[in-house]
Design a protein around this ligand. Structure first.
Ligand code: CP
Length: 309
C-alpha cells in the first residue's frame, strides 16, 4: 500500500508533485468528490488541534465519510494494545487511516498490519510529514521557491518531529538549512542531516530568509535539562530586535501550538507583514486534501498521477 510515513527518502519530484497537487486545492477552493464512498478514520493517540481538525475538514471536502476516534473514550484506556486497536479498526475496512502517536515508529508498525493507506499525523520525535509539506507550501507561495533559501529552524530541535521532517524536505529541495538550538537541545548527529548547526541565536538568524520557531516541548523532557522560561526567552526567544539580523523580507513561521513569551514574542507572532503562522494553518487543509487524494488513488483504480492504469 501507499503510505505517507515520513519525508525521509522521498524524492524531490515526489515532494514537488504533492505541493503542486496541494496548490491546486488552494487556488480552486471548491470541494471534490475524490473520496466519495470512502471511509477515513482519524486515530489520534496524542493531543492535537490543527492536524486533527484539518484532516477532518480535508476528508470532508473530498466527500469521505470521516470518523475521528476519541482516544480518551476508547478501549485503549482499558488496556487494549496498539496492535489490537489497529486490527480492530482495520476490521471495519477503512479506506485510509490517519494516525498520531506519542511513540516514534508506532505509525509505521500499524501501517505494516493494516490493509489500507496510512498517513502519519506525527509519531513521537520521529516525523510529521504533512506539517513539513504545509510549511514548504507556505514558503513556496511567499518566496516563489525553496531552492537557495536560507532557512533557520530554531529552538527545541532535539524533541521536534516537525524539525526532523523539515530538515529532510528542505534539504532535498535545495535550501540552506540551519538548526539553531541550545547545546542541550541540539540532536547529536545534526550534521548527518545535512544541516548547519548554530548554538548562538543571533549568529543563526544572520541573513535568514525564513525563521521557523519551534515549541519548547516540556512533555518530552522528563529528567532532562529544563530551562526556566525567562532564561530560555532571554537566549533563544524570537524578538523584533533579534529578528533584525535576518533578511529584510524575512518570513516568520511556527507550527503551533505557540508558547508566547517563551520561544516567540507576541509582537513577532502577530506581525501582519512577516508572520505566516495563520497561513500555515490554512495551507494545512490543502496539503491534507492532496495527500488523502493521492494516497487513495491506487485504491480507486487510478495511477498516482491521476491517470487510469
Ligand atoms: N502543528 C501541529 O501539529 O499542531 P497540533 O498538535 O495542534 O496538531
Amino acid at each position: 500500500h501507499d503510505h505517507l510515513l515520513g519525508i525521509e527518502g522521498m524524492q524531490p519530484w515526489e515532494i514537488g508533485f504533492l505541493l503542486d497537487e496541494a496548490e491546486y486545492w488552494v487556488t480552486h477552493r471548491q470541494r471534490g468528490k475524490q473520496l466519495k464512498r470512502l471511509t477515513q478514520i482519524n486515530a489520534f493517540f496524542e493531543n492535537s488541534t490543527r492536524t486533527l481538525v484539518s484532516f477532518e475538514i480535508a476528508g470532508k471536502r473530498l466527500g469521505a465519510d470521516v470518523v475521528s476516534m476519541a482516544v480518551a473514550n476508547s478501549s485503549v484506556k482499558k488496556g487494549e494494545t496498539l496492535l489490537d486497536t489497529a486490527l480492530t479498526l482495520d476490521a471495519m475496512h477503512p479506506d485510509v487511516l490517519v494516525i498520531r502517536h506519542e511513540a516514534a515508529g508506532a505509525v509505521q508498525l500499524i501501517a505494516s498490519k493494516v490493509s489500507c493507506p496510512v498517513l502519519n499525523a506525527g509519531d513521537g520525535q520521529h516525523e510529521h510529514p504533512t506539517q513539513a509539506l504545509l510549511d514548504a507550501l507556505t514558503i513556496r507561495r511567499r518566496k516563489t521557491r525553496l531552492e537557495g533559501l536560507r532557512i533557520a529552524i530554531c529552538g527545541d530541535v532535539l524533541h521536534s518531529r516537525v524539525a526532523r521532517s523539515n530538515f529532510h524536505l528542505l534539504s532535498a529541495m535545495g535550501a540552506e538549512v540551519r538548526a539553531v538550538a541550545p547545546p542541550t537541545l541540539m540532536p547529536p548527529a545534526i550534521d548527518r542531516l545535512g544541516v548547519i548547526p548554530f548554538t548562538n541565536m543571533d549568529d543563526g538568524l544572520k541573513g535568514a530568509d525564513v525563521v521557523m520557531m519551534l515549541r519548547l516541548q516540556r512533555e518530552r523532557m522528563a529528567g532532562a535539562y529544563l530551562p526556566s522560561e525567562r532564561e530560555y526567552f532571554h537566549f533563544y526567544g524570537l524578538t523584533e530586535k533579534r529578528l533584525a539580523a535576518a533578511a529584510d523580507d524575512v518570513l516568520v513561521m511556527h507550527p503551533g501550538p505557540m508558547n508566547r513569551g517563551v520561544e516567540i514574542a507576541t509582537e513577532v507572532a502577530d506581525d501582519i507583514q512577516r508572520s505566516a503562522i495563520k497561513e500555515q494553518v490554512e495551507m494545512g487543509v490543502a496539503v491534507r486534501m492532496a495527500c488523502l487524494d493521492v494516497l487513495t488513488r491506487q485504491r480507486r483504480g487510478l495511477a498516482w498521477n491521476g491517470e487510469g492504469w
